[in-house]
Structures are given as C-alpha cells and as structure tokens.
Design a protein around this ligand. Structure first.
Ligand code: OAK
Length: 810
C-alpha cells in the first residue's frame, strides 16, 4: 500500500497545480483537477514503477489487439489503498473526488469480451505479483460512440484523447521501435549461411505509450505498453539504410505520413467477426513486431543467452490477432540472432501460448496469401517454411490428403491463423469447459488428435475488484462486515457467506442494497431518457454486443408476447418488469442494427401504452461500455445469458452479474454451465436446446422454423407483428428480421427456444414474488462467484502454462 498522509498529499496537489497550470486550485476546471490528481498519483507510483524490474523472475507478455480498460482513477486508488486519504484531502480543498472520477475519459480500446478480458487479466497479473505486461495499440479513436436517432444506431467517432493525451500514459520516445513493411527480400548465401537482405521497405515508427497497471495492495506495478504509429524521424539512425526513400517529393512525404499514421488511427468495430482488411493486417503486424522487438531488446540488455529465451519469457497471444508473433520471433531468431531453424523453432514454440475465443468460423481469421506476401515479404517466407515442414510431418503420419489440407497453415488462397497459432505454440486453450470440449471434439478435432497434450481449458474470470468492490461498494462492505476482508484477495472465501442463507437480516440487507442500486439506475434513466422506471419492478437486463447468436431478439419477442398477454387480459398476473438493454452493433452488421431499431420501436410503443398500467417498461441504454456497465450490473435482478447453445465461447458479463447477486436466466452455453455447477439448479433458471441438440440440427438438419410458426399461436402472433404494422416505424427492419427467422430458417433457433424461454420467464416471475427466497438465491450466487475472479484464471494460466516447469511451480 502506498504511504501518504493528508498534509503531504494536499501539498503535492497544490504544487502540481502550479507546475502544470500556473494557477490556483480555485480557478481550475474539473479536467485540470483530474490531470493534477492523476499526475500526483503517478508521482507516488513512479519510483516503484521503475524499480519493478524483476530480473530473477520470468516475464509474461500478453499481446492483445484490444484492451478495454475502463476508467482507471477509482481502481488505481483502490489498489493503492489511498482512496480515503485522497477523498478526505480533496474535500478539505473543496473538491469532490467523485466528480473527478466521472470526469475521466473511458478508454474504449476494445469491442467486448476479448478486450475486457485482457484488461481484467492485467489487473490480476499485477495483483498476483506476476511480472506480466500488455502489448497493444494506442488507437486514436476507440470503439465508436453510439447514439440513437429515431431509434436507429448512429455511430459517432470516439475521441478519448481530446485533451491531447491520456492522463495515465507516459510516452517513451527513447524506446521507439521501427517496424518494416513491404519491400524486397533477398537471401544471400554467405559461406553457407543465409543472409537476409530486406530492401526498399517502408519504415514505420512504433512509439510506446506506457500505462501503469497497479496491483492490489502489493506494491507491484506492471506496464501496458500501447504503440502509436508515426513516421520515422530523420534522425532515427542507421536502420534507415535500406529503407525506401519516402521523402522524394512533397506528395510522397504526405503519402508516407498518411500511411504511417493510419495504422493506429482507429479500432476495428467488429466483435466476433472477421473483416479481412489490409489495414487490419498492418495493425496486427505493427504491434506484434514492435512488441517482439521490444522484448528481445530488453532481454539482450540483460546479457542473457538468447537460446534460453523461453526460460525467462512467456508470450501469450489473445486470439489470433497477434499470431504473427510466431513468424516475427522466428525472423529475429533466424535473421538477427543467427540461430538455426530448429533452434529458433524450439524456442518459439516453447515461448508462445495461444487462447482461442470463438468457435464461429466467421470470426476465424484467414489472410490472403498475396496480401501477406506483399505487405510482409520476409514473414511470408517464414510462414511458408513453417507450413512446408508441418505438412511434411503430417505426411509422415500418413494422414489422408483432406485431413492434411484441413490442417495445413496455408491453403490454396489463404493463411489460416488459428492453424498457425496451434502449430507455433506449446499451449492452446479455450475459455470455458464446454468451449474447450467443442474445440477438441469439433472445430479443432484434427489438431487435438494430433497433439492432445497442447490443449487445455482456462475458464474466464473477471476483476472482482472493479466489478464488485468498486462498482458495488455497499455490497462489498456488507460482505466484509460479515466475513472479514480476506475475500478481497482470496475470493474463495466468499463461500463463507453461505452460513447466512437463512439469516433474515442479512437477506433483507442484500435486498436493500439491490434496491438502492436500482434507484440509482432509475434516476440515471429518468435524467437521460425521461422514462420513469419503478425500482420495485424486476430489473431484467441484457447488456452485451448485439449479435444474432446472443439473441437479443429472443428477449424482445418475449416482451412482445407478454405485452399481448397483458392486452388480452389486463388482470394478467405478473410482477412489474423493467427490461433493460445495452448493446452496440458493428456498423456494417445490418441485421443487428435492425434488431436495435425493433427494440427501440417496441419500447416506444409499450412505454407509452396506458392500457398496461406500467407493468412493462423497456429501456435501451445508449453507448453501452465499461463505465455504464458499472452502473447497470449492480442494479440487475435478472441476468439474461440466452445465447444459442454452443455459440458463446464463455461470456464474462454472466460472471459480473452473478457476483452482484443477479439471478441468471440462461441456456447451458459457455460459462453459464459452470455458473450452474456452482449454484445448483435451485439458484439459476435454465432453458433451451442442449449443445448436442444444436450440433445435431447443424449436422443433420431437421429444423423448420416455418413449421413452428404455422403450428404455434404464440410464435405466429409475435412473428407476424414484425411485419403487420402493429409496431410502428420499423417496416423495413421488421421485414429483415422476419426473413431471418422464416425465409432463412432461423439460424440461431430463436423460435425453437421461445416456448421454453417463456416458461423460464414465468418461473422468474414466480420466484421474485417470494422476496426472502429471491434474496437467498442472490446470496448463494454471490457466495459461489469466487471461482470466477480473474485471479483464479490467471493463477491457472501461470501454473499450467507460463511457469510450467519453472522452479517453485509444482
Ligand atoms: C473477438 C474477435 C474474434 C474472436 C473472438 C472475439 C471475442 O470477443 N470473443 C469473446 O471472448 C470472450 C472472452 O473470452 C468470451 O467470453 C466470449 O464468449 C467470446 O465471444
């Protein structure tokens, strides 16, 4: 914990205000106050940040094209253990800490699950004293800001760097790195040794911006290093000898500047979908090459033996976006360090490990051979060689041609990045038990049979410090009061809460805290959207990216069904419900955008219909992201986790809701299964097709959405409403959704699961009527959520993958 007292803090604060802005505190804006505060905190940690080079320990490097950090001030204060001193000191200076916390920009350098997981992992690595650092891209524009205009999603560019920079970052020009694109590669035989001559390349500078990652209560500070792409400054030195002369004319110079700066300009807004654009490939190689060069430079500075790299360095790739780490490391070991192929390959495999985050083929990366060859000529040669040797190995095993073709890294047109990741790493993991099993038995079956020892599961987790201690401080304090503070560093201790399952006072208190979180959210909704929602109603929440497989449509069709029931029978017995959505759609994903419009139109109709007496309210909260999630999740009664079984690799929102005492309404998909295993059947509501049923439909057919539609009155009624004008202002969108269900046979089995889902919702309604029982269920959920802390996940990665075989790691 950082040592600091009020007087010292106030003094530093004032001095910093003068040195940064030459003015008094009284005249400062919130933005300036925030900058000053963050700067003071950076001063407090800076010595430790520098000191924190653990030479003796293995270093872990986590490569991810996304890091969805969320705001840092509150969590940094929490982790440093100085929130109270800072709050009180600022109060004495007439400054409200919460204002500053909310004034911080929210860096949205990620789309969803994969990027947020990377951020949770950074928090846990630092908190577990693992010297683990992130490498990524400092996008000028993160994920777009979402606005609704007439119910349609409109994308506005994200400007998180408006103030010219980010309060927590430190730029390090002396650590800049050159990344080479394009050009020609010649291999020259120098007395039997191949020398690689890369000429006419375009040099791009990767400028490191470091963000400190502060461990919880342990003085450990790691680094997230994000690279910004820039033109190479003329004085960069001898590396430019072979570079293309880009400064020939004014026009060329401008083109070069554009080329360079474009690379880190914007985050691709696709989630679980692959776009295949050249710029994205540039982004991937850019941060990978900069990161790997950086690692090797640091390693060599310590004068360590390059042949023992894997004993001191672990490199983890977050899905396949950083897969070029494999050929890039090979390139450096071969071309710059002069190792033989076999030596380099051995080191590479033993250094790199890979996590797969999806089973959906549309999200699997494939890069056209020709594109890679032109952009990255040397990397392409190395991938070709890896492929050649691998195919030889498979042929020696006498596998049939089809199997070899499936397993090859390069096929007729493309480089298959998942295949390259598996072949070039020593560990491949999925992110929940079912997901890993599906990888082994279905999607990556050939590879699993070939090298079963590589495969393992690492069920995802979440940073409980952000998602419970910080986002729901009242609940966190209640827990601490009941079972002491130890759970904050050992979440398994949450189990001790179970002894209170019949304690009326505790259960009531849990209910009260939920109610006050709901009031807070209701106030936000009223202020922002002028919609009155009743905190006594069930807050039924689905927040996540908008994707057909996540089935927001199923949720919406059920709301429509309930609405009809109420219209038919005004005395229809149901607890009042507030349905809350939050979801961004990829800008090019038309069906997803239609679903947003549908839900907004439905909300409009229902919220303004006096006939249903406020029994249902529907609120679609704009611009869902980390900060808004911190407000919504603690206020949820019901957590909607209703993906088509087999499609959601894990889900992590499900864990956040559970930890905050929401009851999960779910299919047995992803990590929902493990939530079920933890809480037992009486504390979760499950519905829908099983994994096997979905797999069988996919393999053998036999599903007809049209038959269901024709034979089931409830289904017909809601599906017809999509196109009969019952819900105004969505003619085109309703038709698109209708076609996806009926004409294209409902790929995600929405109609197949709807009856079952309606029943599950009725069950939720019944359960909620008994408040004591409901609060007991909430308590059981909280008590059993400890296993979903990312501390547990990271401990497993460390033990089974990164430090495997290391001394002291049994
Ligand atoms: C994004 C791009 C390509 C492939 C996968 C993703 C992705 O975000 N996957 C998500 O990863 C999360 C973290 O592991 C999982 O919880 C989600 O289920 C998965 O969809």
């Amino acid at each position: 914990m950082a040592k600091i007292n009020k007087n010292k803090f106030k003094q530093s604060f004032e001095t910093k205000m003068y040195s940064l802005y030459a003015q008094s505190i009284n005249d400062a804006t919130d933005e300036q106050l925030l900058n000053v505060l963050c700067s003071v905190i950076k001063d407090i940690i800076s010595k430790k940040w520098v000191d924190n080079k653990l030479d003796s320990q293995k270093e872990v490097y986590y490569f991810s094209i996304e890091f969805l950090l969320g705001r840092q001030l509150k969590s940094n204060l929490l982790n440093l253990g100085i929130e109270n001193v800072v709050r009180e000191s600022l109060k004495e200076l007439n400054i409200d800490l919460d204002n500053l916390i909310n004034a911080e920009s929210d860096p949205a350098l990620g789309n969803g699950g994969l990027g947020r997981l990377a951020a949770c992992f950074l928090d846990s690595m630092a908190s577990l004293n693992i010297s683990g650092h992130g490498y990524g891209i400092r996008y000028k524009h993160g994920l777009f800001e979402q606005k609704f205009i007439n119910g349609y999603q409109v994308e506005v560019p994200d400007n998180w760097l408006t103030q010219g920079g980010y309060v927590w970052e430190t730029v390090r020009p002396n650590k800049a790195i050159v990344v080479k694109f394009e050009g020609n590669v010649n291999l020259i035989d120098k007395n039997g040794r191949l020398e690689v001559n890369h000429t006419d390349y375009l040099p791009i500078m990767a400028m490191p911006y470091d963000i400190p990652i502060i461990g919880y209560g342990n003085n450990s500070i790691n680094t997230l290093r994000l690279f910004k792409s820039e033109v190479l400054s003329r004085d960069f030195g001898p590396l430019t000898v072979n570079a293309r002369n880009s400064y020939g004319s004014y026009e060329d110079a401008l083109k070069y500047k554009y080329y360079a700066e474009e690379i880190s300009q914007v985050l691709y807004p696709n989630d679980s979908n692959y776009a295949g654009r050249l710029l994205r490939l540039k982004q991937e190689y850019f941060f990978v090459s900069a990161g790997i060069q950086d690692i090797i430079r640091k390693y060599k500075k310590k004068k360590l033996d390059i042949k023992k790299l894997n004993e001191k360095v672990a490199i983890h790739i977050n899905d396949t976006h950083p897969t070029l780490c494999i050929p890039e490391l090979m390139r450096i070991l071969l071309d710059e360090e002069g190792l033989s192929w076999d030596e380099a390959w051995d080191i590479t495999i033993n250094t790199i490990s890979y996590t797969n985050h999806t089973i959906m083929t549309e999200a699997m990366e494939r890069w056209p051979k020709e594109m890679v060859k032109r952009l990255l000529p040397r990397i392409y040669m190395i991938i070709e060689e890896i492929n050649k040797r691998y195919v030889n190995e498979l042929e020696e095993r006498k596998y049939d041609h089809e199997k070899i073709y499936r397993m090859s890294i390069i096929d007729n047109n493309d480089i298959k990045m998942a295949n390259l990741s598996i072949v070039g790493s020593h560990s491949v993991n999925g992110v929940a038990k079912l997901h890993t099993e599906l990888l082994k038995k279905e999607v990556l079956k050939d590879f699993y049979e070939h090298e079963p020892e590589k495969f393992n599961n690492k069920t995802n987790g979440i940073a409980h410090r952000r998602w419970l201690i910080s986002a729901n401080s009242e609940l966190s304090d209640l827990i601490t009061g009941l079972i002491s503070e130890d759970w904050k560093t050992d979440t398994n201790k949450l189990k001790e809460l179970e002894i209170y399952r019949n304690n009326k006072d505790v259960l009531e208190k849990i209910g009260e805290i939920k109610y006050s979180n709901k009031e807070r959210l209701a106030k936000f909704i009223k202020e922002k959207y002028d919609i009155d929602v009743n905190p006594n109603s069930i807050f039924d929440v689905q927040v996540k990216r908008l994707h057909a497989y996540k089935r927001q449509l199923l949720n919406a069709l059920h709301i429509l069904h309930l609405y009809h029931e109420l219209l038919e029978n005004p005395n229809f017995d149901m607890e009042p419900r507030t349905f809350i959505f939050g979801a961004k759609a990829a800008p090019g994903y038309y069906l997803a955008k239609c679903i947003i419009k549908f839900i907004n139109s439905l909300a409009d109709k229902i919220n303004n219909d006096p006939r249903i007496d406020n029994k249902i309210k529907v609120v679609f909260i704009e611009n869902y992201g980390v900060s808004i999630a911190e407000l919504i999740i603690p206020a949820a009664d019901v957590s909607e986790q209703i993906s088509t079984t087999t499609k959601e690799a894990s889900g992590t929102g499900n864990m956040k809701f559970m930890m905050n005492g929401a009851i999960t309404l779910a299919t047995l998909d992803g990590a929902n299964i493990e939530i079920f295993d933890q809480v037992g059947k009486d504390n979760i509501v499950i519905f829908g097709l099983s994994a096997n049923e979905v797999l069988n439909y996919n393999k053998f057919g036999g599903y007809s959405a049209l038959d269901l539609y024709n034979s089931n009155r409830n289904i017909k009624r809601v599906v017809d409403d999509l196109i009969n004008g019952f819900i105004p202002n969505m003619e085109k969108e309703g038709r698109e959704i209708y076609d996806s269900l009926i004409t294209y046979n409902d790929e995600y089995f929405v109609l197949r699961d709807i009856e079952n889902y309606i029943e599950a919702q009725e069950k939720i309604d019944k359960l909620y009527k008994n408040k004591d029982k409901w609060n007991e269920m909430a308590l059981i959920n909280i008590a059993n959520s400890g296993v979903f802390s990312s501390d547990r996940t990271i401990a497993e990665y460390a033990h089974d993958i990164w430090f495997k075989g290391c001394e002291g790691n049994e």
